[in-house]
Design a protein around this ligand. Structure first.
Ligand code: SF4
Ligand code: SF4
Length: 168
């Protein structure tokens, strides 16, 4: 593909910047009188005009079964696909041959919130969540163990749907 290069000529005579200045001031004035979009966070977290998308990918959640056990069957797919290599899984097996995670941890600090773990999970156990208030004072606190992942209660994210790319 050919690339077009447009050469800009310098003005040959002195030009006035008055027009450009007036244009800039007009834009400033327009913003002065335009409706404000400032939200008083954290007291206010959504407005009629703004709510967080159900596709937001934030803090993970591990879903549990009726007995309160993690739905994870330690298949190993999510640590395998994770591009940030931030999932630690140590699988275990009970006497009946059922697999379960002995250790399951996600480092939310390293995670890039791609959502692949949610997409790949055959048990729909691990999910990214509609949640963003997870700041911490210590880096170690960003490593969520299984108990903490299971204790999250925020809504889980809706996956991207190719038939509805804009989520409408
Ligand atoms: S969202 Fe992506 S980066 Fe984060 S744990 Fe899941 S697969 Fe890894
Ligand atoms: S993909 Fe799902 S079932 Fe498999 S290890 Fe990850 S959370 Fe567990």
């Amino acid at each position: 593909m050919a690339i077009n290069v447009k050469l800009m000529k310098r003005p040959e005579r002195d030009v006035s910047y008055l027009r450009a200045s007036l244009k800039g001031m007009a834009i400033t004035f327009r913003h002065l009188v335009a409706p404000k979009w400032t939200m008083q966070y954290p007291e206010q977290k959504s407005t009629d005009d703004y709510t967080i998308s159900q596709r937001w990918r934030g803090t993970h959640r591990m879903l549990t079964d009726e007995q309160g056990r993690a739905k994870c069957v330690a298949c190993g797919l999510c640590p395998q696909i994770c591009p940030a290599n931030c999932i630690k899984l140590v699988p275990g097996e009970d006497e009946e041959g059922h697999r379960y995670p002995l250790i399951y941890e996600i480092d939310e600090f390293r995670c890039v919130f791609c959502g692949y773990c949610q997409e790949v999970c055959p048990e729909e156990a691990i999910h990214v969540g509609v949640h963003y208030e997870n700041s911490e004072y210590q880096r170690g606190r960003f490593v969520y163990d299984l108990e903490r992942l299971c204790a999250q209660t925020h809504p889980v994210s809706t996956l991207w749907d190719p038939s509805d790319p804009r989520g409408e």
